[in-house]
Design a binder for this molecule. Structure first.
Ligand SMILES: [Zn+2]
Length: 268
């Protein structure tokens, strides 16, 4: 694996967005909620073989200042904190000794993802505190907030918005004994008011569901990600599943416009 830190130019950083990692394939309507454990393991081994170096958000924040990154950086994120991370993610990423980030819904710890039921999905079990403490003690996991109750933040009045951002962070920080500064917007839902509220609450980074890899010019409070979800081994829509993953991580073009005014010569 390449560990040489290369100076500029900046390598666009893929932030992979996972949700649940299931033992078995689920009904097709759940495809955006999961990958299977066997596919997940293949993907991690693929990243390892290909010389990727997973990093934490703190390293990304520093790199957005000084441009120093490993040759093939990647960030692994898991939204909602599903209980099956305990069996299907934590042992593997512990073995690899890789950093990863889990975004927790602070008022639903030890309960279920009940916010999906109004949309016609079955809720799933979420990590309990004893799982969270075990993962924190034995792997390079970084827990960060995903609000208190998983609402659509742009629909909230100012005080409710503030509470979702601040209370979730404070509860998790107190229980885990560390500061937290990365917010994951539920449903990727954010607008200027939401981002301003996150900044006011003390967050320095935020992740969305916008598609793309992180560029040095991006706003740290609206970072794009690359969604990884269930793809059949071979399908007309996705082609061959393993090649689809490679394409998503490495080669798919980023459609977001470049804020040219913000470009410094080093990053052009
Ligand atoms: Zn979520």
């Amino acid at each position: 694996m390449t560990t040489t830190d290369s100076p500029l130019p900046w390598t666009p950083v893929p932030i992979l967005m996972y949700h649940a990692v299931e033992d078995e394939t689920r009904d097709p309507k759940y495809k955006h909620f999961y990958v299977t454990a066997s596919v997940f393991e293949w993907q991690m081994r693929y990243l390892q073989r290909s010389g990727y170096t997973p990093i934490h958000f703190a390293q990304l924040a520093q790199a957005m200042v000084d441009g120093v990154l490993p040759a093939r950086p990647v960030i692994l994120t898991f939204d909602d904190g599903y209980e099956n991370l305990m069996t299907n993610v934590y042992p593997l990423l512990g073995e690899l000794n890789w950093p990863y980030t889990v975004f927790l819904v602070s008022d639903r710890i030890g309960a279920t993802s009940e916010w999906v039921t109004p949309e016609g999905y079955d809720a799933s079990r979420l990590l309990a505190w004893h799982h969270i403490h075990e993962m924190a003690a034995n792997s390079r996991v970084d827990f960060q907030p995903h609000t208190s109750t998983h609402p659509r933040l742009s629909s909230l009045a100012r005080e409710a918005l503030r509470r979702e951002l601040v209370d979730s962070r404070d509860l998790l920080s107190q229980n885990l004994g560390k500061e937290m500064n990365v917010i994951c917007y539920p449903y990727g839902d954010h607008n200027d008011a939401v981002v301003d509220a996150a900044r006011d609450a003390g967050y320095t980074m935020g992740v969305t569901t916008d598609f793309g890899r992180v560029r040095a010019v991006d706003d740290p409070l609206t970072l794009p990600r690359i969604s990884v979800y269930h793809v059949p081994p071979v399908s007309l829509t996705y082609g061959i599943g393993t090649l689809n993953f490679d394409w998503r991580v490495r080669t798919r073009k980023d459609n977001r416009p470049l804020p040219t005014a913000a470009l410094t010569p080093a990053f052009r």
